[in-house]
Design a binder for this molecule. Sequence first.
Ligand code: NAD
Ligand code: TYD
Length: 352
Amino acid sequence: MKTYLVTGGAGFIGSNFILYMLDRYEDVTIVNVDKLTYAGNLENLRPVEGNPRHIFVQADICDKAAIEDLFRKYDFDYVINFAAESHVDRSISDPEIFVKTNVLGTVNLLNCAKQAWQTGDDAFKAGCKYLQVSTDEVYGSLGAEGFFMETTPLDPHSPYSSSKAAADLFVKAYADTYRFPVNITRCSNNYGPYQFPEKLIPLMINNALQRKELPVYGDGMQVRDWLYVEDHCKAIDMVAREGRLGEVYNVGGHNERPNLAIVKTILSYVKEHVDAGVGEELIRHVTDRKGHDRRYGIDPEKIRRELGWYPETDFETGIQKTIQWYLTNQEWMEHVTSGRYQEYYEKMYDSK
Ligand code: NAD
Ligand code: TYD
């Protein structure tokens, strides 16, 4: 039996990872620590409700006593750190919480894991590993040519990506200084079920289903490299089990698209399959994001070559599955868009 400490497991990618792992392996137990911020939702974990191999604990990753307590209670083999403030727009209006959770929270987890796993000078419990779930945004922005490699210098621009880069450097420092066993994954933009509708794809699906305007920042020609969330989960699982200690692995599927093309794809699907009254007149170009990165694009050659990872879901299939999921889970959408989030969203949207 392998025991995982998964942080941020009530969020988008963390919950998909827990569902993926518990479905795939009989010999995995997951302790899921989540603060349940606006982005965390236990409804994401309904499919594993009552499963004794999933243990939920509401706590902040910055809370030293709470995390130490978990390391006393459980003999973890892996820590997978998903917990983060994850939205660039929020980081522009309120950077401090990004430093607290993304940087200080990561350092607290590293410290607690190091303390619990250390068996001697530079020696740690056999087989244990800390995996930091990072992002391609730490590399900054690309021009028309080229891709992010693991060796690309870090050049983050937003408070979000800067906080993630800072966290990555602490993870590296633990590996370099203490020989602490780590990996870092840097993935491109994810999409799929359970993504909070402040992010491009679920926001546009939700607005299209409600015949609301679709706010496209600036000219909409910024490029993101989209990966179906389950393929990211598979990559994290492979890196945790087989990744070479101390290494960084980029994760992406060469699926670059401009934002406007994504929005049009969603509109045309909704028009054809759900509501013939929906069309491109709903697109509204709004003020661009400050410091908006123009293009992200991952070179996934290292993870393919070393671990045999490849994306299984192509974009056409993934986006259809995703739109269908939001269609059949409108109650989920109602729950996450009511209350605090809704107020925030109205404020952001009105100011554009
Ligand atoms: P999310 O915002 O959907 O979920 C984050 C989760 O972390 C939520 O459940 C939230 O409650 C929890 N959380 C926040 N602060 C916490 C704290 N202080 N203590 C404990 N829990 C806390 O984010 P996501 O999209 O699922 O992203 C997960 C991770 O993957 C992040 O580290 C993000 O940087 C990284 N990532 C995301 C993407 C993407 O496209 N979404 C791509 C690459 C990497
Ligand atoms: P987002 O989903 O916030 O991810 P990230 O900024 O981390 O890549 O945004 C994806 C792209 O979509 C980004 O270029 C900003 C753009 N965008 C819009 O044009 N309109 C929106 O309402 C949102 C949320 C994003």
